[in-house]
Design a protein around this ligand. Structure first.
Ligand code: G6P
Length: 620
């Protein structure tokens, strides 16, 4: 949600900034802008719309310089417009900055700054920060601070930050101190890249790939002073820090579209590999269990756990629901699935033997981070199931399991979902084998999991068929997605995928619950997608399907290969390989991802950059 980049060094700042903004565009694409510092001052270029529109603008009105900051926006305060775009200018141009986050007390601060004579041009909360820093700087200088010293600028920023309530990732340029960028973080992620006599800044590591492998992740309340030759980190409470340098694992190849037209399709087709990566090194044949390097809890503590809370948002929340079914079946531990945005402000009774897992692709979702922190504060073991290495949640958790899915760039999550479900299956197996699950049962799960990459490869053969089905139904205005047991969360996820990228209204429901309301929506124009692979209650789901057919509702079924019975009832069937029930979400979710993708394409939607959405939601 909003992406930030920065550069200071010997090279053209714009080249890095614009490429970085393209790579961060998944965080927001309402507008984009850069500010470049050169001998004549700070030039700002900003534009509503996509980063490509900013690039066009800069072609017409070039900017040059070796120091700069950039921003891609997901609007929170103030509609998407050129004026509301970042960077924002403070004072009389002494300060130029970009911001990711939300300033909650901006109204009050704006009134105070207006009284002091500051003039506001935008409707954003960010402009308040720009003026506030300019004001703090002016105050420092009036008190006699040295305008040549970086300390003056640091103090001004620190004093301004003290007055902010809310969250921020900031990158700030100073007109009168060329070659210095001050970055500050509270709640919104920032990472510094260390180059050869140059420093980079970004909201996450993706812009840095190909530029440097050495990175430093900023922590909350930390401020970074970047010049070409130096990097100084200062924490609000503990003062100057020694930067802890980490090494990036991503490669430029991970970011390539390759033969695919969209990241979403590429990521759907990567699932055999991403699932294999989630399993790699984690199957223990001798003990018929799973093994993890980073749980940081011994077996006796894990055995004492009497309740698990899974907390997440969006697609990750759907993966958590599959996790609930898996853990309760294999480990017989009661599981609660909580929306992170609810959990963070609730105070549910949780014993000290409750363990919490935050499930998140990005590791930056503000609500998930806040919910995890709340649980940690109360002393619960708080772990993460996360994709992005070095992300805030990964760093703050007591331990956890990485997905190793590689970068997910399409805004609608696909491969992260199946990797989360894979990891949750491993977790359920692991917790189960510490308790009730038998050796042969563990062995069977392991063997089935090992075969999953092949099964997903086989599932992807449905692609052409899904495309045909999409062509038949893409004009519908409403869809129902129905499934039961393990396939109920799959129905929810299928409906979410369709909503996100095609803007068609879709509802996911437990197939049997449908008759308590949503069945009223069934008519000849409303397709119902039934997720109906062979399972213990297969006949019951078939009855639910009949109920829809009896009301002339068109039915699309996701069924197991060779299921002729379904073919007799449904209008269209998409077949997937037969797998044990607990593994069905992995295969049945794939055709639903493809269905959403093709319907969105047929409706002319931008599947990788759907309107109003952002991949990493760093505001609450
Ligand atoms: C956003 C994304 C979703 C994602 C959700 C949670 O809404 O658009 O695709 O599922 O955030 O993100 P997380 O990174 O925590 O899994």
């Amino acid at each position: 949600m909003c992406g930030i980049v920065g550069y200071v060094g010997p090279n053209s700042a714009y080249d890095y900034l614009i490429e970085g903004l393209f790579r961060l565009e998944y965080r927001g694409y309402d507008s984009a802008g850069v500010a470049i510092q050169n001998a004549s001052g700070i030039d700002v270029r900003k534009k509503t719309g996509r980063v490509s529109q900013l690039a066009e603008l800069v072609k017409e009105k070039p900017v040059q310089g070796n120091v700069g900051i950039g921003h891609t926006r997901w609007a929170t305060h103030g509609e998407p417009s050129d004026t509301n775009s970042h960077p924002h200018v403070g004072g009389n141009g002494e300060v130029v900055l970009v911001h990711n986050g939300v300033i909650e007390n901006y109204n009050q601060l704006r009134d105070q700054l207006r009284e002091l004579g500051y003039v506001f041009h935008s409707a954003t909360d960010t402009e308040v920060v720009a003026h506030l820093v300019a004001h703090a700087l002016e105050t420092e200088l009036t008190l006699g601070a040295n305008p040549e010293s970086d300390q003056t600028y640091r103090t001004a920023v620190e004093n301004a930050l003290k007055r902010l309530k809310g969250t921020y990732g900031l990158a700030i340029l100073f007109r009168d101190r060329p070659g210095l960028i001050i970055a500050a973080r509270l709640g919104s992620p920032l990472v510094v890249g260390i180059g050869n006599k140059e420093h980079y800044l970004a909201s996450d590591a993706s812009p840095l790939v190909g530029y440097t492998e050495e990175v430093v992740y900023l922590s909350d309340h930390e401020l970074a002073m970047l010049t070409a030759d130096s990097l100084q980190l200062v924490h609000r409470d503990t003062g100057t820090q020694v930067p802890s340098i980490k090494f990036l694992e991503q490669s430029a190849q991970d970011m390539d579209l390759g033969e695919f037209e969209h990241y979403m399709l590429k990521e759907i087709f990567e699932q055999p590999t991403s699932i294999e990566n989630a399993l790699r090194g984690r199957l223990d044949d001798d003990e018929a269990t799973a093994k993890f390097g980073g749980l940081n809890m011994d077996a006796s503590r894990l055995r004492s756990i009497d309740r698990i809370v899974l907390t997440a948002c969006g697609t990750s929340w759907h993966a958590a629901m599959v996790g609930e079914y898996l853990i309760e079946e294999f480990a017989r531990i009661p599981v609660e699935v909580e929306y992170a945005s609810e959990l963070r402000y609730r105070n549910p009774p949780m014993s000290e033997r409750t363990m919490v897992f935050a499930i998140t692709q990005s590791g930056e979702t503000a609500d998930t981070l806040a919910a995890m922190r709340e649980c940690k504060r109360k002393g619960h073991a708080s772990l993460a199931i996360c994709n992005v290495v070095g992300s805030s949640i990964a760093r703050e958790a007591d331990g956890g399991i990485y997905l190793h899915a590689g970068p997910e760039i399409g805004v609608a999550s696909t491969k992260a979902f199946t990797s989360q479900v894979t990891v949750l299956t491993l977790l359920a197996l692991f917790m189960g084998r510490l308790r009730h699950l038998s050796y042969p049962a563990g062995k069977r799960i392991i063997n089935n999991l090992r075969d999953m990459p092949n099964k997903i490869q086989k599932t992807l053969e449905c692609h052409a068929r899904v495309k045909e089905v999409a062509e038949k139904y893409y004009r519908a205005q409403n869809f129902l997605y129905l499934g039961r047991q393990y396939n109920f969360p799959v129905a929810l996820e299928g409906a979410l995928k369709l909503k996100e990228i095609s803007y068609i209204h879709a509802e996911g429901y437990p197939a049997a619950e449908m008759k308590h309301g949503p069945i009223a929506l069934v008519d000849e124009d409303t397709p119902s997608v039934f997720v109906v692979p062979r399972c213990q209650i297969y006949p019951k789901v078939i009855s639910n399907m009949e109920e829809v057919k009896a009301r002339r509702g068109p039915v699309i079924a996701i069924a197991c290969e060779g299921d002729d019975k379904v073919a007799d009832i449904a209008d269209d069937v998409i077949y997937v390989p037969d797998v044990d029930e607990y593994l069905q979400p992995l295969v049945t979710s794939v055709p639903l991802q493809l269905l959403a993708y093709h319907i969105a394409i047929l409706r002319g939607c931008n599947v990788d950059r759907p309107r109003n959405l952002a991949k990493s939601v760093t505001v609450e």
